[in-house]
Design a protein around this ligand. Structure first.
Ligand code: HEM
Length: 146
């Protein structure tokens, strides 16, 4: 068992976050695209997500592409977002939005449901959703609504 900041990590999780292991564990771009599609389908259909759904454009096509491209680089794969758009700071691009606790939890809920339906290793599912909580918390901090 390895300890980081006093927290014990499951040995099978210690590999994630190194080079492109997370990108590969997520199924590379096809796997990430499938995940993002389901994530936005969840946002579109779950009542708990209606507030954050309404912050998005009606047509989610570009939102899907942008999130998939961002996650590719964030997981250690090709930096597709900065190649196709421009460098991005995740808290900064959300700063104008009214994101508080319930909005962040709704986003993470849509993502958790989507991750749970992917053919990922259980350890990666657990690692991935925990990692996503980090930028979600940062967004919450910078957004005006507390
Ligand atoms: C905390 C809850 C979050 C809410 C409520 C939220 C909401 C939004 C909204 C409304 C947009 C604008 C969509 C558009 O105009 O097309 C957006 C864009 C985006 N979000 Fe989030 N988001 C959240 C968390 C996250 C997290 C955790 C990530 C990354 C791991 C992320 C990645 C992105 C990206 C890459 C974009 C596209 C930015 C751009 O090019 O304009 N979001 N988000």
């Amino acid at each position: 068992m390895i300890k980081t900041n006093g927290k014990a990590l499951n040995p099978s999780q210690t590999q994630y976050g190194q080079q492109d292991t997370s990108y590969k564990a997520a199924g590379q771009l096809p796997g990430i695209t499938q995940l993002v599609d389901l994530f936005y389908d969840n946002m579109d259909s779950l009542a708990v997500a209606s507030v954050i759904r309404n912050m998005h454009p009606q047509d989610l096509t570009e939102s899907r592409t942008k999130l998939a491209y961002f996650l590719s680089g964030w997981l250690g794969g090709p930096k597709l977002y900065s190649q196709h758009y421009k460098p991005i700071g995740i808290p900064a691009v959300h700063k104008h939005l009214p994101v508080g606790q319930s909005e962040a939890e709704a986003w993470l809920h849509c993502m958790k449901q989507a991750i749970d339906q992917q053919p990922y290793e259980e350890a990666f599912k657990d690692y991935f959703i925990k990692q996503l909580r980090v930028p979600a918390e940062r967004i919450k901090q910078v957004c005006s609504k507390q």
